[in-house]
Design a protein around this ligand. Structure first.
Ligand SMILES: CN(C)C(=N)NCCC[C@H](N)C(=O)O
Length: 290
């Protein structure tokens, strides 16, 4: 990572606020050129509700420009007709320390996306690219937190994919069980705010997790920012952080305020059209970690 700049919390911020350090990120995104909601594979999707592809493109463009204005590098993959959910790039690969674990989707409707992303990695110089045998929806259920890969299961990613990720990526994996179908992917219930090795921090909505997984999160992240039902219900936990700047859906102002009290800076984007498919900022953003 590069361009580390230490940012001090504003005067008057809570005593819990720490110095935050943003680092430049590389993201892979896919324009929602063919975005529609024509099937329902999660509770947010209603194919009878009208969807504007044009509006989705505008919102996605604003998200991309937000990252660029924060100094991040955004790569793009070509969208493909017939794959309306391909905009959710985070579902198609987990990249940690330059190693890539590809995706295997649970729904037949999304299965075709994985191969386009695999090819993108190979064409962009990635040599260590492994496609999984278990169902694994990539960063939808895998979140790198600096020392361990947090791994969700319960709705999409198979529990067996967690051991596979550990073996292929060579990092410790901690399994977490999701229990609320509205929060079907880990990244709808938890955001990594700081993925530095020495100071990892997350925010999460406890009720989205089984009691055992809640205890694991408490042990791993005793200082975590606990999100409310209202924060989660607008997909507020589908945020993207660079260690200081956190990009959140427009409606997630209460969560944004809580994060600012802890020394982060909230940036809001309207993702209302993409949310009709059950996605938010993080879903549209795969991080390419060197
Ligand atoms: C983090 N990511 C990527 C997500 N949570 N993904 C949104 C996927 C939405 C899609 N309609 C689906 O149901 O698969």
């Amino acid at each position: 990572m590069s361009s580390a700049v230490e940012v001090r919390p504003a005067a008057g911020a809570s005593a819990l606020a720490a110095a935050r350090t943003p680092t430049t990120r590389r993201y892979l995104m896919c324009a929602p050129k063919f975005f529609t909601v024509e099937y329902a594979i999660n509770p947010w999707m209603d194919p009878s509700e009208p969807v504007s592809t044009e509006r989705a493109l505008e919102q996605w463009g604003e998200l991309k420009r937000t990252y660029e204005s924060l100094g991040h590098v955004v790569e793009e993959i070509e969208p493909q007709p017939g794959l309306p959910d391909m905009v959710f790039a985070a579902n198609s690969g987990t990249v940690v320390h330059g190693r890539v674990l590809g995706a295997r989707f649970r729904a037949a409707e999304r299965a075709g996306e994985a191969e386009f992303y695999r090819r993108w990695f190979l064409e962009h110089g990635y040599r260590d690219v492994v496609m999984p045998s278990n169902i694994n929806e990539a960063e939808g259920d895998f979140a790198w937190s600096g020392r361990v890969l947090l791994a969700g299961t319960g709705f999409r990613t198979d529990p067996g994919a967690h051991a596979e990720a550990q073996e292929i990526l060579g990092v410790p994996v901690v399994s977490l069980k999701l229990v609320d179908p509205r929060y079907y992917h880990l990244d709808t219930a938890l955001t990594v705010l700081d993925d530095s090795r020495d100071n990892p921090l997350v925010t999460y909505y406890p009720d989205a997790f089984s009691p055992g997984s809640q205890r694991v999160l408490e042990l791993l992240f005793p200082d975590a920012v606990l999100a409310t039902e209202a924060d989660a219900a607008c997909l507020g936990l589908n945020g993207v952080s660079d260690g200081y700047n956190v990009v959140l859906p427009t409606e997630a102002t209460a969560l944004g305020t809580a994060l600012e009290a802890r020394g982060f800076r909230a940036h809001y984007v309207d993702i209302s059209e993409l949310r009709k498919s059950g996605g938010g900022p993080k879903c549209c953003t795969m991080e390419l970690r060197a």
